[in-house]
Structures are given as structure tokens and as C-alpha cells.
Design a protein around this ligand. Structure first.
Ligand code: IPE
Ligand code: IPE
Ligand code: MG
Length: 249
């Protein structure tokens, strides 16, 4: 391979066919449960049901790409019970949803560093990605052990390795090169990032990709989030003027 040839990358969806990309920081499960005097895991279980409901509603709302923040690189700080509970919820979700995803044309992918996950969960992630790889009606991405800084760090390491081994020329690295080394290399940039539960922070989500995304922060706790909540948020988003550094038309 010569220096001029880019590394082979997985095929990307046709960008001309792409529709809205919405990314969601699904926050507030713990508070939802605590408010009712229930263990935090009950909130996570309820939150997982909301994921299924929203994913099914997305195509009808004009959303073709949905990226969900499910577990951050910082979430390992939580109790062992909560972390293990979340991990088994992810595994159950994958097993339970596979058939439906294929029926509905959903391609599921994971972003984040899966090497720190339990090998059985890693295998399930690999399995469902392969199982749904042919689907192209709707693209669901789940951020598992994901951190924007960690993703950029891993990408930088991979680029450095490719430079050292002669597959990449340092002077040719541009923004597109960096994007192509990120976990999201086959996704368009998010048009909109939504965060639930009233917190107004990014918490290490899609730091590079969301440089020009619109943000909506809603007080709704994730287990109370319905397709109708998303529809109202989309109305707000669609009424905004995105200028990308230019001047109003
Ligand atoms: C979001 O809900 C889910 C994860 C981070 C895994 P939280 O668990 O953060 O809920 P709160 O913020 O404590 O209410
Ligand atoms: C962000 O929520 C991560 C996920 C939703 C998976 P957190 O609850 O972990 O974020 P902080 O601690 O409020 O910043
Ligand atoms: Mg939280």
C-alpha cells in the first residue's frame, strides 16, 4: 500500500439518502427510581423500554440515525451492583431485540471502547452488529463505555501507528482523516443532541462530532421520555436557524 492510499474503511451509508441524526444523553434513570423509593436499577430497566419505543418511532419522525449514550467511560465509578445491573440489561436488550431489528431494518452498532466490557458482552455486541449489518432503514448506535476524550485518544493512537508504519502521511492528516478514525466514521454528524433530566452539560459525549450540533436540554427524566417528547423537541429544533459560522440568508 502506498502513502497516498487511504486505509480501507467499512462501507458508509449513502449520505444523499441520510435524514436527521439525533443523539441523546439519556439521563435521569436513577432520580426517576429514587423519587419513587425504588432501587436505581428499576429506573434503568424502565429507561431501556423507552429506547425500544423511541427507536420504533424515529423513522416516522424523520430521524434516520439515532445515537444513544448508554454508559460512559466515567460510569465505572458507580457501585458494582449498578454497573453489573446495567451490563446485564445491555446483554438482555441485545438478545431480545435482535429479531425485531432485522424485521424492521435496523442496523445496530456500538461506539466506545468495548475491550473493557465482559468478553460475553463483547461477543454479543459483535454478534448483533454482524446480524444487522445488512439493514439500512434505520441506524441505531449505542455508546457503551464511550467517552469523547477516550475516542479521540484511541483515534490518535491508531493514526500514530499508521504514520509509524507508513500507511498515513502526517502532513496529510486533516479533519476528515480524524473523523475517519473515530468510532462514528460511518455516521453523519449529529444535527441535534438532546439531554434529558435538566442537566446542561455534555458529559464527554461526541466531543468532536457535535461541534456544530444544536442542543436541547429538557427537564424530562429519561424513563418519562416518549416519542411525543421527541416530536416537541424536534419542532423546537426545526424552528432554529443553523448558520455554521455564516450570516443569516
Ligand atoms: C442515566 O441515568 C443512565 C446512565 C448514566 C447509565 P442516571 O443513572 O445517570 O440517572 P441520574 O442522573 O442518577 O438520575
Ligand atoms: C451521562 O450521564 C452518561 C450517560 C447518560 C450514559 P451521567 O449521569 O453519567 O453524567 P453526569 O455524571 O451527570 O455528568
Ligand atoms: Mg445521571
Amino acid at each position: 500500500m502506498t502513502l497516498d492510499q487511504p486505509l480501507p474503511r467499512p462501507p458508509c451509508p449513502d449520505p444523499s439518502a441520510s435524514n436527521l441524526h439525533v443523539a441523546v444523553i439519556m439521563d435521569g434513570n436513577g432520580r426517576w427510581a429514587t423519587n419513587r423509593g425504588w432501587p436505581r436499577l428499576v429506573g434503568h430497566r424502565k429507561g431501556a423500554e423507552r429506547v425500544r419505543e423511541l427507536a420504533q418511532a424515529c423513522p416516522g419522525l424523520g430521524i434516520r440515525y439515532l445515537t444513544l449514550y448508554a454508559f460512559s467511560t466515567e460510569n465505572w465509578k458507580r457501585s458494582t451492583e449498578e454497573v453489573l445491573g446495567l451490563m446485564s440489561l445491555f446483554a438482555r436488550y441485545i438478545k431480545r431485540e435482535a429479531g425485531r431489528m432485522n424485521k424492521e431494518g435496523v442496523r445496530l452498532r456500538f461506539i466506545g471502547d468495548r475491550t473493557r466490557l465482559d468478553p460475553k458482552l463483547q461477543a454479543l455486541c459483535d454478534w448483533i452488529e454482524a446480524e444487522t449489518a445488512q439493514n439500512d432503514r434505520f441506524f441505531l448506535s449505542v455508546a457503551l463505555n464511550y467517552g469523547g476524550r477516550d475516542e479521540i485518544t484511541r483515534a490518535t493512537r491508531a493514526m500514530a501507528r499508521d504514520v509509524a508504519e507508513g500507511r498515513l502521511e502526517a502532513d496529510r492528516i486533516d479533519e476528515a482523516t480524524i473523523s475517519s478514525y473515530l468510532d462514528t466514521s460511518c455516521l453523519p454528524e449529529p444535527d441535534l443532541v438532546v439531554r434529558t433530566s435538566g442537566e446542561s452539560r455534555v458529559s464527554n459525549f461526541l466531543l468532536w462530532q457535535a461541534a456544530y450540533s444544536e442542543y436541547v436540554f429538557t427537564p424530562v427524566l429519561w424513563p418519562d421520555f416518549t416519542p411525543e417528547t421527541m416530536r416537541v423537541i424536534l419542532d423546537t429544533f426545526l424552528s432554529r436557524e443553523r448558520r455554521f459560522g455564516g450570516v443569516p440568508a
